[in-house]
Every structure is written in structure tokens, then in C-alpha cells.
Design a protein around this ligand. Structure first.
Ligand code: NAD
Ligand code: SER
Length: 312
């Protein structure tokens, strides 16, 4: 990776991936792009092939992180937009990558699985019949990415991210957003109303590990990769009770109650409880560094500091 383009750089993951890649590769070698026209971003609408091509040519891009997507809960309300951004947008990225010889990272998700997938220790290669529009775009994205690799030799790689927990940019309308919001509410109000039911287990990951995964898979020796799109990766699995109890250890007065949102709950129930990420560990040395306890301490510390400064 020499000249990197991040599409969707203003989002939860993109905002922190931009900072991390600039630390590693230099400010001038990492171009941040998003829909917004601003000083911070080059304008790219991923559904516009010409936007992507112009940026790739202008900045001599060799690696594209394509993070533009419509997350699961929003995609249920706007299925056509989810398809246009997640699938038509990806085809545009892959076509430009084919022409200009770029590597491409397009994240998949736990959302690429469905109710007929084995929910515990979900294998790398297994049944993928998602019941959500988000999942349909993610499975299609995995297939397209593998197709452009085998048919045209485009260097496509990716991971199936679990719910990502972070303290810089708020998440953009996913089912796992509750696991971020709970920390902000714990600091601000010492209470949280959870939209996901007790006993609903999902894979999760703290942002520093997610950034490492996205970079490590792209830096891996291609000869060691048996899989490409996409690798299961996970750090921890919990339900809302376990998460609330971890917060209570740090803030004993914290209380959580439930007001389950049916659409989010149905989505969460269709996703795995815990994925098996041994292929990522074997093929490119994936290893997370944060667990629930260390992530919780760090999240609460950072959000409390922001709160004291009046930033949230
Ligand atoms: P996000 O919603 O926070 O950010 C997405 C970004 O894409 C936004 O900045 C948005 O402006 C931009 N975007 C939307 N439409 C666009 C378009 N037409 N052209 C260009 N940009 C457009 O999402 P995120 O959480 O940062 O997720 C990034 C990727 O990681 C997505 O593919 C998502 O599915 C995947 N992922 C995220 C999580 C998570 O928990 N955050 C988990 C699994 C997978
Ligand atoms: N965090 C994402 C979502 O809930 C998972 O891919 O949509």
C-alpha cells in the first residue's frame, strides 16, 4: 500500500481508519473521501463510477478501502439505497480497481449470516442465507470481491466485522449500535434503555482491533491466504446483561432496562452468537488485544474525559 483511498471516510470506522493509516503511511499518502463536500474530504459518491476513477487517477491510488454502506437497521427502511451503495457502488470500485490495478478492501459483516447459519462457533465456510437487505448486500459483496479476484486478478481482501465499539464517531444506524450508546449513557445519565433483548449474544470488537484487522489483512503475504472475501474476525461475544454488568463494575449506580425494538431484535436474532475466526488467525496471524473488561475501562475513561470537556 503506497497511495490509499478511503471511500466512506467520514463514518464510524473510516474516521479512525484515516487517522491510523496516515500514522503508518503518511498524511499525503492517504486520501479521505465521502459524500460530503468539505475541507476534510475529497467528494466521492460511490454510486458514481466517474467520481472514483477521477480520484484514483489524480492521486495515483493503488489501494482502496471501500467503507461506503448503509448499515443494517437503516437498510431495512431503505433497501434500494442499501443495494445501490453496497452493491452497485462496489461494482464501480471493482471496475476502477481492475482498470488501474488497485487492491480493494470492502468489509463484510456478521450480517452476511442468517438463521440457517450455525450460530455457535460459526465456521468460516458455511451457510449464508441472510434475511436482511444489509445481509443480502454483504453476501453479494463477498461474491463480487471473490469474482473480481479469480476472474480479473484484482487483489480483493476483507473481513466479516462484528459490531464495532468506539468512542470517536458515533455508529451510523446498525443493530449493534446499542453496545456503543450504552457507554455514552452510562457516563452521561448512569442509565440506559436497551433495544436488544437479554440473552441475545453477538460478536463485538473494540475499534483499535478492527483497525488492525483491516490493515493486517491488506498487508498479509498473498501466498498465505487460502480465503479472501471474507474472513471471520471477532474479539468477544456478549449479551446486553453481560455488557451492563461489566459497566456496573466501573459505575456501580448504573442501571439498564429494556424497550426491545422488534426490527433490531429480529436482525440480531438472525446473526451468529459467536464466530470461529481460526482461519484469520492461521492465514494472517489475526489476534485481538482487547477483551470486554479492558475495552470497558478504556471506553468509560475516554468518554468521561470528553464529557468533562463538554464534547458530548
Ligand atoms: P458508517 O455508516 O458509520 O459510515 C459509512 C460512510 O459511508 C458514511 O460516512 C457515509 O457518508 C458514507 N456513504 C454513504 N453513502 C455513500 C455514497 N453513496 N458514496 C460515498 N460514501 C457514502 O459505517 P461504518 O460503521 O463506518 O461501516 C463501514 C463499513 O464497515 C461498512 O461496509 C459496514 O457495513 C462495515 N461494518 C461495520 C460494522 C460496525 O459495527 N460499524 C460492523 C460490520 C461491518
Ligand atoms: N454494526 C453493523 C450493523 O449492526 C454490523 O454489520 O449493521
Amino acid at each position: 500500500m503506497k497511495n490509499i483511498l478511503i471511500i466512506g471516510a467520514g463514518g464510524q470506522i473510516g474516521s479512525e481508519l484515516t487517522t491510523e493509516l496516515r500514522k503508518r503511511y503518511g498524511n499525503d499518502n492517504v486520501i479521505a473521501a465521502d459524500l460530503a463536500n468539505s475541507d476534510k474530504f475529497v467528494h466521492i459518491d460511490v454510486t458514481k463510477y466517474e467520481d472514483i476513477k477521477a480520484a484514483v487517477k489524480k492521486y495515483k491510488i493503488d489501494t482502496i478501502y471501500n467503507l461506503a454502506a448503509i448499515l443494517s437497521a437503516v437498510a431495512e427502511m431503505k433497501p434500494q439505497l442499501a443495494w445501490n451503495v453496497g452493491v452497485s457502488g462496489l461494482v464501480n470500485v471493482l471496475e476502477v480497481a481492475r482498470e488501474y490495478h488497485c487492491s480493494v478492501f470492502t468489509p463484510s459483516s456478521i450480517g452476511a449470516f442468517g438463521k440457517s447459519t450455525p450460530p455457535d462457533n460459526t465456521p468460516q465456510d458455511t451457510i449464508q442465507r441472510p434475511s436482511t437487505m444489509y445481509g443480502v448486500t454483504k453476501v453479494t459483496g463477498e461474491l463480487l470481491s471473490d469474482y473480481y479476484h479469480t476472474r480479473f486478478g484484482v487483489d480483493t481482501r476483507s473481513v466479516r466485522f462484528p459490531g464495532i465499539i468506539s468512542n470517536v464517531t458515533l455508529p451510523g444506524g446498525g443493530t449493534t449500535d446499542y453496545a456503543v450508546e450504552i457507554y455514552y449513557e452510562a457516563i452521561k445519565n448512569k442509565k440506559f434503555t436497551c433495544p436488544i433483548a437479554k440473552g441475545t449474544f453477538l460478536d463485538m470488537m473494540y475499534m483499535p482491533d478492527a483497525l488492525n484487522a483491516a490493515i493486517a489483512v491488506m498487508e498479509a503475504d498473498s501466498a498465505s491466504l487460502k480465503h479472501r472475501n471474507s474472513f471471520n474476525v471477532t474479539s468477544m461475544s456478549f449479551d446486553p446483561e453481560i455488557l451492563a454488568n461489566a459497566i456496573k463494575k466501573e459505575i456501580p449506580e448504573f442501571v439498564m432496562n429494556y424497550d426491545v425494538e422488534p426490527i433490531k431484535q429480529a436482525i440480531a436474532e438472525s446473526w451468529p452468537n459467536k464466530m470461529d475466526d481460526s482461519c484469520a488467525r492461521e492465514e494472517w496471524d489475526w489476534k485481538p488485544t482487547f477483551n470486554l473488561e479492558s475495552m470497558t475501562k478504556d471506553m468509560l475513561k475516554v468518554i468521561a474525559e470528553k464529557n468533562e470537556k463538554g464534547l458530548i
